[in-house]
Write a protein that binds this ligand. Structure first.
Ligand code: ADP
Length: 429
């Protein structure tokens, strides 16, 4: 910790196997470059002498295996050097995965079992470094020419698309330390809420759909199959959260479970795996560099993520404001419909709404500031199980003229008129 340092150029010499941990200040970006030696940011190597600009609030580490000198220009909230890191144990995991990928690649593609590379799932409490470890494993694999599939089940702080979604995407190059994961061709399912407890059945359904879809893609693509998956999960590990973890392990047929920073979770999963001889459960140390983010910070981060979807990380995208008639758009909601009061139901009837029922939503002022997804469904009865093309943001509802104004990534017609509403909102700032 410490007070913000003045904006100035600063050089830091890193000894082998140490890292420079940085929290960029809240107001201004930070420029950084590798002066000499070699270094990486979460598994992605830095090009020599090339300035990178990190936006405000980003937290990261520059790690070196053999020593490096780093130059920084700008104010940081914190920056310090640490020589105790779990990186050696992480890279050892990578080496084991690498061996499995090579074995998968060498076996006959007709042997669906043997030609399947590692399916790794990373689990642990919030702020244990799950996303970061996932990223490293993906970048190290991509550096060696694999195209592993990244699956992100974290609806709160996912790294593939806006919050409230589960998604998957192939990683073809080490992940850019600034830009993150390219948004070109993700497979996205819209859950619509940022906590799984809103609709656990829906969450499970979507996890299942995503897994089936990937299974189909893998069956046609030996290269992806051999490279395998890295699955990032939510930090919810108690009660229903734990059940959801078990479901994810089974549904994605994970064969390597990496448990970060929690002894109890490790021993529970280890016990479960006794009956599953193909599943290895491995305990890994949490990095001392992982920064805890409080609820307020997370909430804000979700807003920035939505902003990034429409405007780009550096305002490099220009979203388009569109106007449509109420009758042009069909908005649906999944589950959670207004429940009939018990008194209105026949005696003995269950007042709980069907969590998977898809119901049309009347367009009114309640839609203002909502982020809706644009479904690939062709019929309403496909909405529940379809993935989504993208998102729109409702900026105005004119009840009198029956007009709706929304922001979309581009001009022109939406890929579908079926929109899904959840509880995901955003206040554009
Ligand atoms: P989780 O996915 O378990 O919630 P993350 O991997 O997102 O945790 O890590 C939490 C935060 O800590 C992120 O902002 C991440 O960039 C940061 N972080 C992780 N490892 C380090 C490190 N070694 N040094 C500095 N910051 C780190």
């Amino acid at each position: 910790g410490g007070s913000a340092s003045a904006s100035s150029i600063k050089q830091v010499k890193l000894e082998r196997e140490s890292e420079l941990r940085i929290e960029v200040g809240n107001e201004s970006p930070l420029k950084l470059r590798l002066l000499n030696g070699s270094a990486e940011i979460f598994g992605s190597e830095l090009a020599p002498e090339t300035w990178l600009t990190f936006p405000p609030r980003v937290k990261f580490a520059v790690f070196t295996w053999y020593g490096a000198t780093i130059e920084m220009d700008g104010a940081t909230e914190t920056d310090y050097t640490a020589d105790e890191t779990p990186m050696v144990s992480y890279v050892n995991v990578h080496a084991v995965l690498e061996g499995r990928r090579n074995r998968a690649k060498a076996s006959s593609p007709n042997d669906s079992e043997a030609s399947q590379g590692p399916r790794v799932i990373v689990v642990g409490p919030t702020d244990s470094g799950k996303s970061t470890l996932s990223r490293m494993l993906l970048s190290w694999a991509a550096k060696q020419g694999w195209k592993p599939t990244f699956v992100d089940l974290d609806i709160g702080q996912g790294s593939i698309t806006v919050p409230g979604c589960i998604a998957a995407t192939p990683i073809e190059l080490p992940i850019d330390p600034v830009e993150g994961i390219p948004l070109e061709m993700p497979l996205v399912y819209f859950y619509g809420h940022t906590t799984p407890s809103n609709n656990v059945d829906l969450y499970k359904t979507l996890v299942n759909e995503l897994a089936q879809m990937l299974e189909t893609q893998f069956s046609r693509n030996a290269e992806s199959r051999a490279a395998g998956m890295v699955i990032n999960t939510m930090g919810w590990i108690e009660g229903t959260g734990y059940e959801l973890l078990l479901q994810a392990i089974d549904t994605f047929k994970a064969n390597v479970v990496l448990v970060l920073g929690q002894e109890k979770l490790f021993s529970m999963l280890k016990a479960v795996a006794k009956s599953k001889p193909n599943v290895d459960v491995v305990k890994l140390q949490k990095s001392g560099g992982v920064v805890s983010r409080n609820a307020k910070f997370r909430q804000k981060a979700r807003g920035y993520r939505i902003r990034e979807y429409f405007y780009g990380l550096t305002n490099d995208l220009s979203p388009h404001s569109n106007i449509a008639n109420f009758s042009d758009l069909l908005v649906y909601r999944i589950g959670g419909g207004p429940q009939a009061p018990r008194s209105a139901l026949p005696i003995g009837a269950d007042p709980v709404a069907n969590p998977l029922r898809v119901t049309p939503v009347n367009i009114d002022r309640d839609l203002l500031h909502m982020v809706l997804s644009v479904s690939y469904a062709k019929e309403p009865d496909q909405i529940l199980t379809s993935n989504v093309a993208g998102f729109i943001y409702i900026t105005d509802i004119d009840i009198q003229r029956k007009k709706i104004t929304y922001l979309a990534p581009s001009a022109g017609e939406l890929p579908s008129k079926y929109l899904i509403m959840g509880t995901l909102t955003w206040l554009e700032t």
